[in-house]
Ligand binder design. Structure first.
Ligand code: WAQ
Ligand code: MG
Length: 645
């Protein structure tokens, strides 16, 4: 039977002024030594001489004590308090806390509280019953061997905080804890949660600043607040496995593998290249909901606004009813169902090829197809602005890669001649995803085929968008007799679903089914995705006016921009406005967000360094007044970043 323990609490004050406080949970035999040590601490404190010292000793029955493990500890350093607070904000956001920036802003304002702010994580309401005092976590200590002598009587900020953080992280209803020390000389603070662990961050304030405080982020129900406070104040907790800082275990041996990761993240932050997710509370339709705010969507690739169409949803639900939610295997084992074959047939018919093959995603298609048709002995000629999945496919193939200047068919010809004779592939985006322009298809085909090379065109942003009825880039050149050998496309953009495909001759498709590793070794696309895409394709065929509306909207949007002095161009539904520096793209996107318009700030490596841009996408469902409003918002944002340069 474990024995009962004692809670020992000390609080020293002078008049109404707090000087020092501490608490221990101890074996009976350890009480006298710790009593002495806490007395020393109270009597010789930097905060001054006490005139009142209160000791409280309380028996804790063994079975009332909760035993917890310490959180794993790591440290991050920044160049400045701003940098430290940004790290804290990003870590908080990584937990899915939407208003991370506001919460960190509040933390740096706190001073003079004895306890913590209990903050509602989504509404940011303060929930602590006493706003001046705050909520205090008490009744906790590090577990120690019974005969272990007391530590130095000086406060060990880290050791106390690690214990408190372990208790708070296990408190029902608490999502995370943020802390800045109120000691003017101590600039290290932390963020802690079950999943993050205890992350020390330094610095979080300027040396000498008396600011400091704690926030317990609450995510439970209103009725459960008393339970949370009761646990924090009353439940005795012993924390096991607390390791002193700089113990041999923690000492940086050489560079720890994770240090490199953190340094890489820090470098991204410094270059305005750090990426975070935006967490939407709605479909990515032309009107979307982000952080509780309705926004006009100008960043989605769902060009025909079909992902939220009731007919696609119904088709998906029906497919789930008939075929289940997953396929249980790859296409070559259990994953081919009648709808997979139906979709392949209809895609081939839509693109005018003999056959088609589905992939789990567009990325999987490109990265699987290219290595299936090219190997070490081959040459691949690739446009410099091709999508990352094409680039990765080229690299995976082991073929020699020659990158030609963007859409420059003379450069392509020159590069082929340099390497002739050779076998292999010319590969290009059909619509370039960050620029919106269209491949010079007739020249490309002529050049590739004259030299005996395959031609592959990626129609991810072309399918359902360019050409009459959205038939893609080949339909822009009706006089053309030649066709690409491989027409790749996605189900995830204008078709409102998910997946990739390749349309080609029967022989090529059979070859891909036998050789493309991302096809052979991926579980087949889910029935719901396949059925939704099939429904979208049928809508596309039955309602070509949707595509007409998209074309009309693009024309109108460009015209509105021109009226306001912006000469943007596109041959698709992607309208880029280049602002060069990443920071300017981010600032402009943020300004537009404040206007209620969501656009993407596109930075390196999605585009070449120094070519950062706003990427706006037009949807068939945007109204004329939404297009006019967005053009105006863009102009205002550009003027503002120009002024603030
Ligand atoms: N419960 C809730 N809040 C508290 C408590 C408590 N028991 N004790 C202090 N606070 C609040 C109060 O508002 C203080 O002003 C604020 O937290 C900061 O408290 O790994 O020293 O005791 O090296 O100054 C972090 C250590 C040290 C980082 C934190 O906090 C590291 C520290 P302090
Ligand atoms: Mg303090």
């Amino acid at each position: 039977m474990p024995s009962d323990l004692f809670s020992l609490k000390m609080r020293a004050s002078s008049g109404s002024r707090h000087i020092s406080g501490a608490e221990k949970i101890l074996e009976p035999a350890a009480v006298p030594a710790h009593l002495q040590s806490l007395l020393d601490r109270a009597m010789h404190h930097a905060n001054g001489e006490p005139d009142f010292i209160n000791f409280k000793l309380e028996r804790l029955p063994a079975d009332s004590i909760l035993h917890l493990d310490a959180l794993p500890v790591r440290s991050m350093t920044a160049d400045s308090p701003e940098g430290g607070l940004a790290i804290m904000r990003d870590l908080l956001a990584s937990l899915g806390i939407v208003r991370a920036a506001e919460i960190v802003g509040l933390l740096r304002e706190i001073r003079g509280m004895r306890g913590a702010v209990l903050l509602d994580a989504s509404t940011l309401e303060r929930l602590e019953p006493d706003r001046e005092r705050g909520v205090r976590a008490t009744m906790m200590d590090a577990a120690r061997a019974g005969n272990e002598p007391p530590a130095s009587p000086v406060k060990d900020h880290y050791a106390e905080a690690v214990v408190l953080a372990a208790k708070v992280a296990s408190t029902p209803g608490i999502a995370a804890e943020l802390c800045i020390s109120d000691d003017p000389g101590y600039v290290t603070g932390y963020i802690a949660s079950k999943s993050l662990g205890y992350v020390r961050i330094s610095p979080l304030k300027e040396p000498g600043s008396p600011a400091g405080g704690r926030i317990f982020l609450y995510c439970g129900a209103r009725d459960d607040i008393p339970r949370t406070i009761e646990f924090l104040e009353k439940c005795p907790v012993l924390v096991h496995g607390v390791r002193p800082l700089g113990s041999p275990h923690d000492a940086p041996k050489k560079e720890k593998p994770l240090d490199r990761v953190r340094a890489a993240l820090q470098s991204l932050r410094e270059r305005d290249l750090y990426r975070t997710e935006e967490i939407f509370e709605s479909a990515a339709a032309s009107s979307a909901s982000l952080h509780g705010k309705k926004l006009l969507m100008f960043a989605s690739n769902d060009y025909l606004d079909l992902a939220n169409d009731s007919r696609l949803k119904e088709a998906a639900v029906e497919a789930i009813e008939s075929f289940g939610t997953g396929t249980g295997g790859s296409r070559l084992t259990t994953g081919t169902q009648t709808i997979h074959k139906e979709l392949e047939r209809e895609l081939a018919a839509f693109k005018g090829t003999e056959d088609a093959i589905l992939f789990a995603t567009g990325f999987a298609a490109n990265s699987g197809v290219i290595p299936a048709i090219c190997s070490r002995e081959d040459m691949i000629f690739s446009d410099e602005l091709n999508h990352a999945s094409i680039i990765d496919g080229c690299r995976l193939s082991g073929a020699k890669i020659a990158v030609y200047r963007h859409n420059d068919m003379r450069d392509l010809e020159r590069k082929i001649v340099e390497h002739a004779p050779c076998s292999g592939l010319v590969v290009s985006d059909g619509v370039f995803s960050m620029d919106g322009d269209v491949v010079k298809l007739p020249k490309l085909l002529k050049t590739a085929h004259r030299h005996g090379l395959f031609a592959m065109i990626d129609e991810a942003h072309a399918t359902g968008v360019v050409g009459p009825g959205g038939h893609g880039v080949t339909s822009l050149f009706p006089e053309l007799h030649d066709t690409p050998d491989l027409l790749m496309g996605t189900l995830s953009k204008a078709l409102g679903s998910e997946g990739g495909f390749v349309c080609a001759s029967h022989d090529l498709v059979e070859h891909l089914r036998n050789k493309a590793r991302s096809y052979i070794f991926s579980t087949a696309p889910a029935p719901a995705s396949v059925a939704a895409a099939l429904a979208a394709l049928r809508i596309l065929k039955a309602e070509p006016e949707r595509v007409e509306r998209l074309h009309d909207n693009v024309r109108f949007f460009l015209q509105e921009l021109r009226r306001l002095g912006i000469h943007a161009q596109t041959e698709s539904a992607i309208v880029p406005v280049v602002v060069r520096e990443s920071a300017r793209a981010l600032a402009a996107a943020k300004l537009m967000r404040e206007d209620g318009v969501f656009v993407s700030a596109i930075r390196y490596p999605s585009v070449p360094d120094g070519c950062a841009r706003l990427r706006m996408t037009v949807m068939a469902s945007h109204t004329k007044s939404e297009l006019t409003y967005t053009a105006g918002s863009l102009v205002r944002a550009l003027e503002t970043i120009e002024r603030d340069k």
